[in-house]
Design a protein around this ligand. Structure first.
Ligand code: ATP
Ligand code: MG
Length: 224
């Protein structure tokens, strides 16, 4: 495994990514509801926590401990001891949580191995088509810029998830936020639902690898 990769623990995805999440940059996962974005985040966080690294986990969706328990296979206490969990209730609180995570990663007092932002666009989506839309875009843009700077300064992987909207013209599902979100990410992965528990991860953007895909399955204990 290359030194600049951080495995998520989801084998087919790690293989697709050339070993895992890249340090020094942001990886974006996007896909429709239930595609498995949160499961990938939980798998990656669990793996890092069990390797005794701290994980700053910003959760806008209300991750349940039950889900973590299923993934952590009896080690949930150990995982929770290494999770610095923030549960923002607004875009402003999300911005503060991102800043706090970046400060923790940069001050180096605890060895932070990963920052997760799941979902980056839950509160941003609520500003769309309202008077708050410009402010929402600016706030999200500043958050992503701070995460990029921190990933580079602290040689960290940052994993964020994004929701999708249906482009009525093309019929495609596209990530929210358009180019300003995608530009912030060094690597972009789309997760497609293939029916039942089957999922396909598609590498949409990577600085050295070409477009490729990998399949995995959702099981009662996470991903396989
Ligand atoms: P969203 O965009 O709604 O956040 P997601 O891409 O994060 O969706 P996950 O939450 O990772 O998707 O869900 C992946 C699969 O895990 C779902 O299809 C479902 O089968 C299962 N799942 C979802 N929520 C739970 C839950 N609370 N407990 C157990 N399994 C769940
Ligand atoms: Mg989710």
């Amino acid at each position: 495994m290359p030194a600049d990769r951080c495995p998520t623990g989801v084998g087919p995805l790690d293989q697709l990514l050339g070993g895992g999440l890249e340090t020094d940059g942001l990886t974006e996962l996007y896909g429709e509801g239930g595609s498995g974005k949160t499961l990938v985040c939980l798998e990656a966080a669990t793996r890092l926590a069990l390797a005794d690294r701290w994980v700053c986990y910003i959760d806008t969706e209300g991750v349940s401990v039950d889900r973590l328990e299923a993934i952590a296979h009896g080690h949930v206490e150990q995982v929770l001891q290494r999770l610095l969990l923030a549960t923002p209730k607004s875009l402003a609180e999300q911005t503060s949580a991102v800043s706090a995570a970046c400060s923790l990663a940069r001050d180096g007092k605890r060895p932070v191995g990963l920052i997760v932002l799941d979902s980056a666009t839950f509160y941003y989506r609520l500003t769309l088509s309202s008077d708050e839309e410009d402010a929402g875009r600016q706030a999200l843009g500043r958050e992503l810029a701070e995460l990029v700077a921190t990933a580079i300064a602290s040689h960290l992987p940052v994993l964020f998830t994004n929701q999708v909207w249906r482009n009525q013209r093309t019929g495609d599902l596209e990530p929210l936020g358009g180019s300003f979100v995608n530009h912030a990410a060094k690597t972009v992965v789309r997760i497609d639902r293939l029916g039942g528990a089957r999922r396909r991860a598609v590498l949409v953007k990577h600085r050295s690898l070409g477009e490729a895909s990998a399949e995995f399955r959702i099981t009662s204990t996470g991903l396989s």
